[in-house]
Design a binder for this molecule. Structure first.
Ligand code: ADP
Length: 648
């Protein structure tokens, strides 16, 4: 019976107990279980074998082990770890670890390892450590080579270099004469030489063989390594005469994509199972490198394809980082935004490379406010619809779509509507005048009087529609240039006071909150009042009886913000992009609520003529909030010279 002492230094105490009682005691070993790493140094001098797991000694495991092995030549160490990377194995060998055991520890494997390590020690096969024995020297050399190739696989992008190194290493570590890495061509199901050593360039270039006709093909089909040694079967079916060979499969996930092989033509040389393991490790690296290269090339192709598409689309595309530096700009956008050297724009602030101040202002606002779409006029007169999306972790992506033709159509339509409205006004005035005169020229009976009243009401409706159209025409055309300093607070208060009567009739409540000391705005008071009336009017009109309307006015930095919200039916999401268009009524607008669809178009024109912005936020069933942002201070002064508007 053995009387050697085994020290168990395992992180899991329960496992240590099981091993001690279930394996060591029945086999006649003595044991100590160490729980605190600090106690270990006192115990190792009495131990024959230290069974330690990778984590037990913490970060300086290998240094500690090396010191103990030097101080106690009788000590042998078995390490329990799942980490079998070449770097780790190399470090373990250098620290004098005799063997590595992978969890879970099986009784038979553990006893075999203990027996072998002790037998080697007692036979003096392992000289004092760290004077490394010759076979360990070879192992160290092998692991060093593997570690080197492992590093290459993760750092080098040159697939040829990695594969050639893998073949070279296979040849060197197995002392073979030749080595080759064969891959399967999936189209022809043939094997071809992807990398070789000592095979000869010419042969490597032309060599092709059907998978099913070759020894390498057998490995591909079986997925198992093949070792033919001198002592094994001699009939070797390869295209050339060899006496011993190893082929191991190259795996990509479940698929076998090729083989790595080494051979001897010299009948005196041979291979062992250890060589098979080494070549297998190299084959794994080669397979990883091939997979990396495949993924990289797929990624590159996809990247190039996307790049070509985005470069050639007619729309402008700009991507900015969080600090408004250009990450990407396509030629169309570079042209629209006057970027002179698009090739050098990358990484520089947009403000530095582009001469389009209005676009920069739009980008500034894009980061802070809704909506996610705006119009922008380029310096060459073209109009663009700019849409943007915030991309988490990247920044802002903007697309610019040319809408000049739509603008032109819009202008022609507006001109036509203006002319027609104008021409309709005089005849309508006469119709109204004559209906008023009718009663003076002779008595009317009750029915006739009722009909005349109906005619008058209809004429009034048409006249107010025409007035709205003419108003819109004037604002859009930029004729409305009157500006004075306006106190927005009292103006909003006045409008809400006026509307209280209408609200009271519908038992609605209007809540008003106006911040004190708001700055005066350089604006047209009549138009601003009209905009507020339209927004508040809509809120009252569309919110059912008993509803609640809130009006808020406040300042934020250089802007005055007006918000009108209600708890009415809201606006369907699909209608929201269009409700500021002329004559547009949302699909949920009730039939019995009168309206021309011009009110919000007028609001938008007025606000834009004041260099402001207006948008809606609404979820159906949860009411709607209209927000108007008007610039103050510096920006307000700009309002004196109206912007070049489409209809200018
Ligand atoms: P209208 O004359 O139809 O009121 P507007 O241009 O003022 O025209 O408004 C356009 C459409 O937007 C309306 O027809 C209505 O469908 C919708 N809308 C405007 N304001 C509201 C609101 N506060 N609540 C619900 N829908 C609204």
């Amino acid at each position: 019976m053995s009387q050697e002492t085994i020290i168990l230094a395992l992180t899991d105490r329960h496992t240590a107990q099981l091993i001690a009682q279930g394996t060591l005691v029945p086999a006649g070993y003595r044991y100590h279980i160490i729980e605190d790493p600090a106690d270990l140094s006192q115990r190792v001098n009495q131990a024959d074998i230290l069974l330690v797991d990778k984590n037990f000694l913490g970060t300086s495991t290998f240094q500690t082990l090396q010191a103990w092995h030097q101080a106690h030549p009788q000590l042998r160490t078995l390490m329990v770890t799942g980490d079998t990377t070449p770097e780790f194995l190399l470090a373990a060998l250098r620290a004098g670890v005799s063997d590595i055991l992978r969890p879970p520890l099986r009784t038979s494997a553990l006893l075999a390892a203990l027996g072998e390590v002790l037998a080697r020690r007692n036979a003096g096969a392992e000289k004092a450590i760290p004077a490394t024995p010759p076979e360990a020297q070879n192992q160290i050399q092998a692991f060093e080579r593997l570690a080197e190739i492992g590093k290459m696989v993760t750092s080098a992008l040159d697939l040829d270099a990695v594969l050639n190194s893998a073949v070279d290493a296979a040849v060197a570590l197995t002392d073979a004469q030749e080595g080759n890495l064969l891959l399967v061509d999936p189209e022809t199901n043939e094997l071809f030489v992807r990398a070789e050593r000592n095979l000869g360039d010419e042969f490597a270039r032309v060599y092709r063989t059907k998978v099913e006709d070759s020894l390498a093909g057998k490995v591909i089909q079986s997925g198992e390594p093949l070792l033919i040694s001198r002592r094994g079967p001699q009939k070797i079916k390869t295209a050339y005469l060899v006496h011993a060979l190893i082929y191991v499969p190259l795996r990509r996930q479940e698929e076998i994509i090729g083989v790595l092989g080494v051979d001897h033509r010299d009948p005196r040389k041979d291979f062992t199972q250890e060589h098979v393991m080494l070549v297998s490790a190299l084959a794994n690296f080669a397979a990883i490198a091939i997979e990396h290269a495949r993924l990289f090339s797929a990624l590159q192709t996809e990247h190039d394809r996307l790049n070509t598409i985005i470069t050639h689309v007619g729309d402008g595309v700009v991507v900015l980082d969080e600090k408004q530096r250009v990450l990407f700009i396509n030629p169309a956008a570079a042209d629209i935004l006057n970027v002179h050297a698009p090739g050098q724009a990358s990484g520089r602030p947009l403000a530095e490379v582009s001469e389009a101040p209005e676009f920069l202002e739009l980008v500034n606002n894009a980061a802070r406010y809704l909506p996610e779409q705006e119009e922008f006029r380029a310096s060459d007169g073209r109009f663009f619809s700019v849409r943007w999306a915030k991309i988490p972790g990247i920044g802002l992506a903007l697309t610019l779509h040319d809408i000049s033709y739509l603008k032109e159509l819009d202008r022609i339509k507006s001109e036509f509507v203006n002319t027609v409205s104008h021409d309709l006004r005089s005849p309508l005035t006469s119709v109204m005048g004559y209906t008023e005169l009718l009663e003076r020229v002779g008595p009317l009976n009750d029915r006739q009087r009722e009909f005349v009243q109906r005619v008058q009401l209809s004429v009034q409706n048409i006249t107010s529609l025409i007035n709205e159209l003419l108003d819109l025409g004037k604002i859009e055309a930029g004729f409305d240039t009157h500006r004075e300093f306006v106190d927005i607070g009292p103006l909003v208060q006045f409008v809400t006071d006026e509307m209280q009567v209408v609200a009271a009739k519908k038992t609605q409540r209007i809540l008003v909150s106006i911040e004190a000391n708001l700055p005066a705005l350089l604006a047209n008071p009549t138009r601003l009042q009209q905009a507020v009336e339209n927004l508040l009017g809509n809120a009252l009109k569309y919110t059912p009886a008993g509803g609640r309307i809130e009006v808020r006015v406040y300042q934020e930095e250089q802007q005055v913000i007006l918000q009108v919200s209600d708890n009415g039916p809201g606006i369907p999401l699909s209608d929201q992009p269009y409700i500021f268009d002329k004559f547009y009524r949302a699909s949920n607008a009730p039939q019995d609520v009168p309206g021309s669809g011009l009110g919000l178009a007028i609001v938008k024109s007025i606000i834009e003529a004041h260099n402001g912005r207006v948008w809606v936020e609404s979820y159906p069933g949860e009411g709607a909030t209209f927000t108007v942002v008007l610039p103050t201070g510096e920006d307000t002064r700009k309002a004196q010279s109206p912007r070049n508007h489409p209809a200018d």
